[in-house]
Design a protein. Structure first.
Length: 154
């Protein structure tokens, strides 16, 4: 019986990680394409970044909630790249944009990011919740500011 209003109210207090927007813009200015691959829901991205998210990300791969005419939650369209398929997304996007995987960067924070991190030239475990992720990434950053990853990205 949840409604879009209920869900938005529940996530209203969320905000971007410190430095997230500045970091994304800095990477874009360097010619990078930014993709979000998440097991979360579209309303969070839209709520946290507003319409700005369309300028920040080349594409967002996330679960999409579906609502009926009275804005009641009626279903979800799962992301093709949810949970165990993030590495597939990295491969697909690299191929679609003509990028060599050695020139790609992946930033993750949990166990389900490890396989994708093994594919790319540079991988960063950011505030990782997973020992395995820390073990397989090229860099590990514990910080309250996402901007701190830029020191590893030429």
């Amino acid at each position: 019986g949840a409604t879009k209003h209920d869900i938005l109210e529940a996530i209203m207090s969320l905000h971007p990680m410190e430095g997230a927007i500045g970091t994304i813009r800095a990477l874009q200015e360097r010619g990078n394409k930014i993709f979000a691959i998440s097991g979360g829901i579209d309303l969070v991205v839209e709520s946290v970044y507003g319409e700005e998210y369309k300028k920040l990300f080349e594409e967002v791969f996330i679960n999409k909630y579906q609502f009926d005419g009275s804005e009641k939650l009626v279903g979800v369209t799962p992301s093709k790249y949810d949970v165990d398929h993030k590495a597939d997304c990295v491969k697909d996007m690299a191929q679609a944009h003509g990028a060599d995987l050695k020139n790609c960067v992946y930033v993750g924070n949990n166990e389900n990011d490890a396989t994708a991190c093994l594919l790319v030239g540079t991988s960063i475990a950011f505030n990782s919740k997973s020992e395995r992720l820390v073990e397989v990434t090229t860099h590990h950053v514990e910080s309250k500011d996402l901007f701190d990853i830029l020191k590893f990205l030429g």
